[in-house]
Design a protein around this ligand. Structure first.
Ligand code: SAH
Length: 348
């Protein structure tokens, strides 16, 4: 397999020559967020003509269901900020706001976004939003936070349990690795671990994702509010085992080392870990969440209003909720501050 000689590749090789093999997390950070050549810095990757399609880009119904959920919470908050992490094209928020405003609420919208290209796309759909680069910059106060496919874009470290201890998976320039732009995977020296992990077990840890979850947990302690986190991931019952990092280009899976900075890199969220970081959090499947908010009824009313669109609506409903599509692979985590009742979608 040959590598694409992307503008980022020589910079990665130079960094490895200078400071040694880099973690998967450092590689991912450079690929996605390098200030000049990072994947999200240089392009809008969403949609049929791009590299991948997300739930809000499939149908307005997705954002609308999140809007209905938000309105339910917000009616107990009066004024609040509506925060979104990694809003992509701003489609989810535009659809959610229709539902939120329809319920007589008018929150300030805060977007946490680093990509200049996507900020521009967001401004076309939600012109009066506020933009910041990290959640810490959003003022304290009552809030509803939503995030779809955001955590999986944050850098992740990968560790392998070996007979000698844990070893971190590294990207290096090893001899013989001439076929992937000189890059290949290797392992760090082992470091001892006192745990019971079986030999051959992999562990993926994202300090950046953990920091975001901790920041949300801290906010929920000081302000009334709620968070809804949707992502591709697993719990104990459908844990894949092994590594979950994957690269996508033009809607096809490729080798993560093949096109650095020109393909999307993601990993699967461990929702048990995420829930443990957020006291009181509950996790359900996207299919169950959307069904209990009322996506079936919404699909029916859309199809009734525009019979010529009935097939498109049915197709979108299928993609969002069918088990073989996004319905079970995608999970939804919901958490509210102590003063609020269990929200809809989680047995409330
Ligand atoms: N939520 C959107 C987009 C998902 S893609 C949707 O569902 O369509 C990931 C999003 O996170 C993009 O908007 C990307 O620019 C943003 N992003 C990635 N890393 C980020 C970071 N470290 N800080 C803020 N935003 C980031």
């Amino acid at each position: 397999m040959s590598a694409e000689e992307t503008p980022l590749l020589p910079l990665i090789r130079a960094e490895i020559r200078e400071t040694g093999p880099m973690s998967a997390a450092r590689y991912m950070e450079l690929c996605l967020a390098h200030p000049k050549h990072g994947y999200y810095v240089t392009r809008d990757p969403l949609g049929e003509a791009g590299d991948f399609t997300t739930a809000p880009e499939i149908s307005q119904m997705f954002g609308e269901m999140i809007g209905v959920w938000t309105a339910w919470i917000a009616q107990r908050l009066r004024t609040f900020r509506l925060i979104e992490l990694g809003p992509g094209r701003g489609t989810l928020m535009a659809d959610a706001l229709r539902a939120v405003r329809g319920a007589g609420l008018d929150p300030e919208v805060w977007f946490v976004e680093t990509s200049p290209v996507l900020r521009k796309a967001q401004a076309e759909r939600v012109p009066d939003a506020h933009w910041v680069a990290s959640l810490r910059e959003v003022p304290e106060g009552p809030f509803v936070l939503v995030a779809n496919e955001f955590l999986d874009a944050l850098p992740v470290h990968q560790y392998l349990r070996t007979a000698e201890g844990w070893r971190e998976r590294l990207v290096g320039i090893w001899s013989g690795a001439q076929d992937r732009g000189g890059l290949d995977w290797g392992l760090s020296e082992p470091f001892p671990g006192q745990d019971q992990a079986a030999e051959g077990a992999w562990l993926e840890i994202s300090p950046q994702a953990d920091a975001v979850l901790t920041e949300i947990a801290d906010r929920l302690k000081t302000s009334p509010g709620a968070a809804l986190i949707v992502d591709y991931g697993y719990t104990a019952s459908d844990r894949p085992g092994g590594l979950t990092m994957q690269a996508v280009q033009g809607h096809a899976r490729i080798d993560p080392l093949e096109a650095p900075g020109a393909s999307d890199l993601t990993w699967l969220i461990d929702f048990d870990v995420a829930a443990a970081a957020l006291p009181g959090a509950q996790v359900t499947s996207q299919a169950d969440f959307l069904a209990s908010i009322g996506i079936g009824e919404r699909a029916m009313s859309l199809a009734k209003a525009k019979p010529e669109q009935a097939e498109v609506v049915a197709d979108a409903l299928e993609r969002l909720t069918a088990a073989q599509q996004m319905g079970t692979l995608f999970k939804v985590l919901g958490v509210v501050s102590e003063d609020l009742p269990t929200p809809p979608g989680f047995g409330g």
